[in-house]
Write a protein that binds this ligand. Structure first.
Ligand code: NAP
Length: 290
């Protein structure tokens, strides 16, 4: 069994980006600039946004963090987004999800300039991904593809089961895994909460990608010997032994599943850091040609 070291790969990608940025700045070009909007003070969102800003600093990008109150109206938020869309110095924009319930997420996503959509959530980006055209790929699924590519994991003709069908993880992961590309080119089954007998599907799988957010829901008896297991889940589970009072748990019962796998991602240190690396790659891409 080999651990898929997402943290190490993310560090490698970030150091390669740093070299590219240093070179382009030496040529007199601008630094890539990422803007992040954080609404409210949800603990998880704070953590995610600060690690994105920290990564920008490590690589040498400019970053702008806009903090907004939980009570902000949808109209005011859309105004902030428009100001960023109109700001030529800013290359990429992320609006950290989740947003307060009174704000329409689809409206927010659709109001982002598709040329600055480094999260890859805008319908234009999604459409380009489905059509196999160049564009911004969603950060988490693309991070998974980068892991498979780096570790030269064969996906051609393999059975892949994706568990979870959200717009940001499961559905795009199923699309990227089934395209005529390398990695990709697998036969994909997309499972969700209405799937009957999930185990019947997972036991067939050469590659399992789990993104439900249900800790320990992928158990050893659901995984065949030699499978590749990608665990996207990151759920805060109360843990009195930790200073923070919680620990991060994946979807996979790691202790019992890992011995059966050929490859497995850990939580933390697997898909999470690769999501940030993909976001940094997209931000670099957004800045090119300026
Ligand atoms: P989400 O929007 O809540 O979607 C969860 C999906 O799981 C849904 O499609 C749901 O099915 C499915 N599901 C729920 N119970 C199930 C069951 N018993 N059997 C099979 N499928 C079931 O979640 P998300 O945003 O995709 O996130 C999933 C997890 O990934 C969370 O832990 C999140 O924190 C984590 N995440 C991690 C990263 C990272 O960078 N590591 C990034 C994004 C998300 P229905 O569609 O039928 O409801």
């Amino acid at each position: 069994m080999q651990i898929l070291d997402g943290k190490g790969l993310s560090d490698l990608i970030k150091s390669q980006l740093k070299e590219k940025v240093t070179a382009q700045v030496a040529e007199g070009k601008k630094r890539p600039h990422l803007a992040a909007i954080l609404v409210g003070n949800d603990g998880g969102s704070e953590t995610y946004v600060s690690s994105k800003i920290r990564s920008c600093e490590e690589i040498g990008y400019k970053s702008t963090l806009i903090r907004l109150e939980n009570t902000i109206t949808e109209e005011e938020l859309l105004k902030q987004i428009k100001a960023i869309n109109d700001n030529d110095d800013i290359d990429g924009l992320i609006v950290q999800l989740p947003l307060p319930k009174h704000i329409n997420v689809e409206k927010v996503i659709e109001s982002t300039d598709p040329n600055k959509d480094v999260d890859g959530f805008h319908p234009v980006s999604v459409g380009r991904m489905v059509a196999g055209l160049p564009g911004f790929l969603p950060a988490t699924p693309n991070g998974i593809m980068k892991i498979l590519e780096h570790y030269k994991i064969d996906t051609i003709g393999k059975e892949c089961v994706v568990i979870g069908r959200s717009d940001i993880v499961g559905t795009p992961a199923s699309i990227l895994m089934s395209r005529n590309t390398n990695p990709g080119n697998a036969t994909v089954t997309l499972c969700h909460s209405k799937t009957k007998n999930l185990k019947e599907h997972t036991l067939r799988a050469d590659i399992i990608i789990s993104a439900t957010g249900i800790p320990n829901s992928v158990t050893a008896e659901m995984v065949k010997e030699g499978a590749v297991v990608i665990d996207v889940g990151t759920t805060r589970v109360p843990d009195a032994s930790k200073k923070s009072g919680f620990r991060l748990s994946g979807d996979v019962d790691y202790v019992n599943v890992a011995p059966k796998c050929s490859y497995i991602t850990p939580v933390p240190g697997g898909v999470g850091p690769m999501t940030i690396a993909s976001l940094m790659l997209n931000t670099f891409q957004a800045s090119q040609g300026k």
